[in-house]
Design a protein around this ligand. Structure first.
Ligand code: MN
Length: 248
């Protein structure tokens, strides 16, 4: 029986993580190790300067007062009795597409899995304040998980899945979209007159790219993007070699 570790960044109480775990259970033994409180947009943060606590919430469900990356490491090193065959992170409430994957705790959960040498998938669905129906994304995640268990990806490659709401047009293998990064920071004053700052959602302006995750989900397709942890700009290597190595 395959062993599947499930994590997320929305917290162990999130309906998305339980929909995901329920859909994966026919495939193997599922254990949830997820943040105690919401850890969205913490990226790949690892907690190194304070102790971490683990709560055994219920049968097969553990809560860690840390990040998704903390959860994956504590799960593998301390909680699971055997190494997992697959790590699935999600289902996040809200897309994790394009450049935004770099902020995503959901994607980081899968990234950490890939770095540690495991098969890994991140799953997110379109945000809607009143939607608690994760059926389409959970069903697809389970189908994809079944495929990965039979046909593993190359080492360090993991999948970022985004599922739109409504009728699904199909599945597209995509690349990360690019968007502008105009981030608004609101400045207000606390009751004692001291300023505080709040990062606000800014207007999103996406570059048109028909191969992208952004384009796919907006056309009603499930987007599957293969990711890997290497941020090296391989195209820039030759340029830098000529400009820096030879001139400096
Ligand atoms: Mn989240």
């Amino acid at each position: 029986m395959p062993r599947i570790l499930v994590t997320n960044d929305d917290g162990h109480f999130s309906p998305g993580i339980h929909a995901l775990a329920d859909a994966l259970r026919p495939l193997g033994d599922v254990v949830i190790v997820a943040p105690q409180t919401e850890a969205s947009a913490v990226g790949h943060a690892l907690t190194l300067r304070r102790p971490l606590r683990v709560d055994h919430v219920s049968d097969g469900v553990y809560a860690v007062d840390g990040t998704p990356t903390d959860c994956v490491n504590i799960a593998i090193d301390q909680i699971l009795t055997h190494k997992p065959d697959l790590i699935v992170s999600g289902i996040n409430k809200g897309f994790n597409i394009g450049d935004d994957v770099t902020y995503s705790g959901t994607v980081a959960g899968a990234l950490e899995g890939a770095l540690l040498g495991f098969q890994a998938i991140a799953v997110s669905q379109a945000y809607s304040p009143d939607t608690s129906d994760f059926t389409a994304s959970a069903t697809f995640a389970a189908r994809l998980a079944g495929k990965l268990l039979k046909h593993p990806l190359p080492m360090r490659t993991f999948l970022n899945v985004n599922v739109p709401l409504g009728v699904i047009a199909g599945v597209r293998i995509t690349v990360q979209a690019r968007r502008n990064h105009i981030t608004k920071v609101a400045r207000r004053e606390d009751p004692r007159g001291r300023p505080y700052f709040w990062i606000e959602e800014a207007s999103d302006d996406w570059e048109l790219d028909e191969a992208s995750d952004h384009h796919a989900v907006n056309a009603g397709y499930i987007s599957v993007t293969p990711l890997q942890p290497d941020l090296t700009d391989h195209d820039a290597l030759a340029l830098l070699q000529s400009v820096i190595e030879h001139d400096l």
